[in-house]
Design a protein around this ligand. Structure first.
Ligand code: ARG
Length: 464
């Protein structure tokens, strides 16, 4: 049997393998809600402009509502022979209301229909991800406020550099996720033009009202070029790029959680909720959730690369290659959503081991910069000379197997005679972080204020 939706000039049906490679219903069924919303807006406009009779439009609308109920309740029988979600729904509509169903597709093509459905889906999903990222930021800001004073080593090159606070470190991620939300927001602003009415590629001869359908579906305006309308997938690419960058941030954080939970670092502990055991080594508590967040970022980045490659050689307008836009997008955004949720869970679960972090913060001569700054401030040395003097004092301490604050005044004076007792006021890690009061610095009062400001912004529902 030839296809009931487009088989007019076909004598027989497709080869089984043709049906399999052609069908998208296995994944695009996810678009059913958007497809029905788009069709309802379209038929309402067709009635308003007198292109279809009000009675037919009414029957179509009610039929579409019935189809929605069937899908929602799990009663709908999806058919691979009907290729995709668009034809599955239209075919069921015809069974329910008869030939009037055939008027729904007036002045429309599956090309503008799928562009519309997918845009609506991506738009809805961006909104969900934004809410999830805001929740993650909230979890981080709350933890950051609680541990605004907890000193930990700050690293460069993964070598102890200068002490920072745990709260400060967490707030760095709040900033990253804020920019991620900004990128999703930007993509949403740009995608918010309605392609419906572009039809197959050239527009239509029917007197449609594209402004009306655009408005009904929450778009800012209709798209301006019919060829572009059905060819554009950069709204997906941009969203996948935002997802890939957000996943990269999540992955870096996940990597830190993996490091921090090792017995060697021991900076934080995760509870049974976010760890697993080993089947052979009873002592183990593995940070699998963090590892999977780190791992899934690979797929999310790959999904972006995959669609870029699908699109790069396509002439205008629609080509069936573009059906390959969906699986990677669904994969990327559902993986990202899971990763954000897992990360928010881990942040709320993690217990910082404050004493361990503080001990680690003091090792590795992390207050050497404080000493150099003191030599400049208190003794008036030029910074380069202060740097040199400090280097020699660090070498002396290292030889003696001591921390800086464990050296005697006499030992320090053997390097620079002008050093006095006051130097001991600046050598501890807590004194070090308290002195970093420059805007954006790690001083606990700064960190507390930033954390509180974020918590307020986020609870007020303020964007980003
Ligand atoms: N399932 C198709 C897709 O996702 C819908 C558009 C089909 N258009 C066409 N001209 N065959 O791309």
């Amino acid at each position: 049997m030839s296809n009931q939706m487009w088989g007019g000039r076909f004598a027989s049906g497709p080869d089984a393998i043709m049906e399999e490679i052609n069908a998208s219903i296995g994944f695009d069924y996810r678009l059913w809600g958007q497809d029905i919303a788009g069709s309802k807006a379209h038929v309402a406009m067709l009635a308003q402009t007198g292109i279809v009779l009000p009675a037919d439009a009414e029957a179509i609308t009610q039929g579409l509502d019935e189809v929605a109920r069937e899908i929602e309740s799990g009663k709908f029988a999806f058919s691979r022979a009907l290729e995709d979600i668009h034809m599955n729904i239209e075919s069921r509509l015809a069974e329910l209301i008869g030939p009037a169903a055939g008027r729904l597709h007036t002045a429309r093509s599956r090309n503008d229909q799928v562009a519309l459905d997918f845009k609506l889906w991506v738009r809805d999903t961006i909104d969900e991800i934004d809410g999830q990222l805001a929740d993650l930021q909230k979890a981080l800001a709350e933890k950051a406020e609680k541990f605004a004073d907890a000193v930990m080593p700050g690293f460069t090159h993964l070598q102890s550099a200068q002490p920072v606070t745990f709260g400060h470190h967490l707030l760095a991620y709040v900033e990253m996720f804020s920019r991620d939300r900004g990128r999703f927001h930007d993509a949403r602003v740009r995608l918010n033009e309605c392609p419906l009415g572009a039809a197959a590629l050239a527009g239509t001869s029917f007197p449609i009202d594209r402004a009306a359908t655009a408005k009904a579906l929450g778009f800012d305006r209709p798209t301006a070029n019919s060829l572009d309308s059905v060819s554009d997938r950069d709204f997906v690419l941009e969203t996948l790029a935002a997802a890939a960058i957000a996943a990269t941030h999540l992955s870096r954080f996940a990597e830190e959680v993996v490091l921090w939970t090792t017995s060697q670092f021991g900076f934080v502990a995760l509870s049974d909720k976010f760890t697993t055991g080993s089947s052979i080594m009873p002592q183990k508590r593995n940070p699998d959730a963090a590892e999977l967040v780190r791992g899934k970022s690979g797929r999310i980045i790959g999904d972006l690369a995959g669609l870029l490659v699908v699109m790069k050689g396509l002439p205008l307008a629609y080509s069936k290659d573009m059906q390959e836009d969906k699986e990677g997008c669904f994969d990327s955004l559902s993986s990202l959503s899971l990763c954000i949720a897992a990360m928010a869970g881990m942040v709320r679960d993690m217990a910082p081991r404050v004493e361990r972090m503080k001990a680690a913060a003091g090792s590795g001569y992390s207050t050497a910069t404080d000493l150099a700054d003191w030599l400049v401030r208190a003794l008036g040395l030029p910074f380069r000379q202060a740097h040199h003097v400090t280097g020699r004092i660090v070498a002396l301490a290292a030889e003696a197997g001591l921390e800086l604050e464990q050296l005697t005044l006499a030992q320090m004076q053997s390097v620079e005679a002008a050093i006095n007792q006051d130097v001991f006021d600046i050598l501890g890690v807590e004194k070090s972080v308290r002195s970093r009061t420059s805007y954006g610095g790690t001083a606990p009062d700064n960190v507390r204020l930033q954390a509180q400001t974020w918590a307020q912004r986020l609870s007020g529902g303020k964007p980003r």
